[in-house]
Design a protein around this ligand. Structure first.
Ligand SMILES: [Zn+2]
Length: 290
């Protein structure tokens, strides 16, 4: 059975680089049936940002790339911007921990402005290092995450979280941290979720599941909200480091082969979860309209 023509096919989290495959990857995504991408910013230079201008350049690059993809491929792209949480760990030895935290907070404020101006739809990635760091650094990272959640609350948008893999306890402590900042827990999206933690165990945090075949089949019946993502990296030096950008349309088509009940489930990650978490409904443009 083909996918319904009005069903958007959305990758909730990918990275693309002007110096990688870039627009070409989005073209492959479209050819496989994909319609919408959430494009997360990344450090495009290979050196950690040291000034707020570095971050402004980075976010602007993401925004311009999104525009090129839109005009050249017809794929709808929404940007997700924030200073990468690990930047704080890497810049602290260069400029000192306190200035590093101040820079990080300023970059989060800038990301919040991008959202308020309609140039981005979420803050991301925000979060905590997925590896052990020294106590003062860990403390600074937690303080940065608290600030990220406050900025998301003020900008009225979700926060897309980078962290180590979470079990139920990890999800619930993330939810508690968001609630302390006044951010509803369903607006906290754990990106790169690689295990199926049941709805009831997550403290209301929304998972964005890595679209591996077994995991997809395992979570398809969850009530939601939840998303699918590839976390495509578009790094020529690391081909196949994560899933290819064409993965989600391919998975969606494979699921559609199972019939109407299976197709019905796809409205959860591709439409209803966006309405619940982002307050935005991805729509497939009508054919023939500009
Ligand atoms: Zn990512």
């Amino acid at each position: 059975m083909p996918l319904p023509t009005d069903l958007p096919v959305v990758d909730h989290h990918c990275h693309l680089s002007p110096s990688g495959e870039g627009v070409g990857a989005a073209r492959r995504f479209a050819a496989a049936g994909g319609t919408h991408l959430l494009l997360a910013t990344q450090n495009y230079r290979g050196t950690v940002p040291r000034t707020i201008e570095d971050y402004r350049d980075q976010f602007d690059t993401t925004f311009r790339l999104a525009e090129s993809i839109r005009t050249e491929t017809g794929v709808e792209v929404r940007c997700v911007v924030a200073p990468y949480p690990i930047d704080l760990v890497h810049v602290a030895p260069l400029i000192g921990l306190e200035p590093a935290l101040a820079l990080h907070r300023e970059a989060l404020d800038l990301a919040g402005r991008f959202v308020r101006e309609g140039r981005a739809v979420a803050l991301g990635e925000v979060g905590l290092p997925h590896f052990p760091v020294e106590e003062p650094v860990r403390h600074a990272c937690e303080s940065a995450l608290d600030h990220a959640f406050s900025v998301a609350r003020e900008a009225d948008c979700p926060a897309v979280v980078h962290s180590a893999d979470l079990d139920g306890e990890g999800y619930r402590s993330l939810a508690a941290r968001a609630q302390r900042a006044g951010l509803p827990s369903h607006r906290v999206v754990k990106h790169f979720a690689r295990t199926n933690v049941p709805d009831a165990d997550r403290g209301g945090v929304t998972p964005s599941y890595l679209a591996r075949r077994e995991l997809v089949n395992d979570v398809l019946d969850q009530e939601g909200p939840w998303f699918f993502e590839t976390d495509f990296l578009d790094d020529p030096a690391r081909p196949g480091a994560v899933l290819d950008l064409a993965t989600i349309p391919r998975r969606a088509s494979a699921i559609a082969e199972r019939g109407l009940d299976a197709i019905e489930r796809l409205w959860v990650p591709f439409v209803r979860s966006f309405e619940m978490v982002y307050g935005w409904r991805p729509e497939v443009p009508k054919r023939g309209s500009a």
